[in-house]
Design a protein around this ligand. Structure first.
Ligand code: NI
Length: 226
């Protein structure tokens, strides 16, 4: 499932985040790449444990924690502390797949990357190129969202970032270990959840909503690992 989640950060949060990130040190993005993806990767990142990354990362995590659409779609169990990258001057990231397991630096914690997330911190008018291209079962999807918006996609997908030929593409990226690791099952639960919400809106107190809610929770009980 490929899903865009609007307004994860508001304009004020975005402005503050960008000011903090601008002043942070930027290093070669190969530091977090696996052996295969290092060959394809040409960008800059803020070191994972830098206070600026943690400060802005915590704002993102707090916002996601209160975002019903994100919770319903991702069914998050653990979220990797957000990382930050930027591309300019023709930089790109060739086709790759994200590592299946990621260790949080300086901690014993490991995360299985079920879902990949990219939060756009620069508006599409600020740079040319830089589309996130995801190879999905529906074909190639090109994603370039307004600043503050997030895209979720299965971490199993091959993806790349097109060369940025003007301006700077600034993003946060991270991974989610979901309570439901299978993308197909997670999509079914999300569809059922949206259907129940619609039923509740259009036919308040209809008894069928309780029955469907029961089915939702019983499927979650069968499939969730907590
Ligand atoms: Ni990637």
């Amino acid at each position: 499932m490929l899903l865009s989640i609007p307004d994860v950060l508001n304009p004020e949060q975005l402005a503050t985040a960008r000011k903090i990130l601008e002043q942070a040190p930027w290093v070669d993005g190969k530091v977090t790449a696996g052996h295969q993806s290092a060959k394809a990767k040409d960008n800059q990142q803020i070191p994972e444990d830098h206070p600026a990354a943690r400060q802005v990362g915590d704002v993102i995590l707090a916002s996601l924690g209160g975002h019903p659409l994100f919770i319903a779609a991702a069914l998050p169990q653990r979220i990797f502390p957000p990382l930050f990258n930027r591309y300019s001057g023709g930089q790109s990231f060739g086709t790759h797949v994200d590592n299946a397991i990621r260790q949080v630096t300086g901690t014993p914690h490991r995360i299985r990357t079920d879902i990949s997330a990219t939060l756009f911190l620069a508006g599409p008018e600020e740079y040319d190129g830089g589309e996130l291209c995801i190879e999905d079962t529906y074909g190639l999807q090109k994603v370039k969202l307004p600043a503050g918006h997030l895209v979720l996609y299965p971490a199993t997908s091959l993806h790349r970032v097109q060369p940025v030929t003007r301006g700077t593409r600034l993003c946060s990226f991270f991974w989610i270990q979901s309570m439901v690791r299978d993308d197909g099952r997670r999509s079914l639960l999300f569809d059922l959840d949206l259907g129940i919400q619609r039923l509740n809106r259009e036919f308040p107190d209809h008894p069928t909503a309780v029955q469907f809610t029961g089915v939702y929770h019983n499927l979650l009980r069968q499939w969730a690992e907590v």
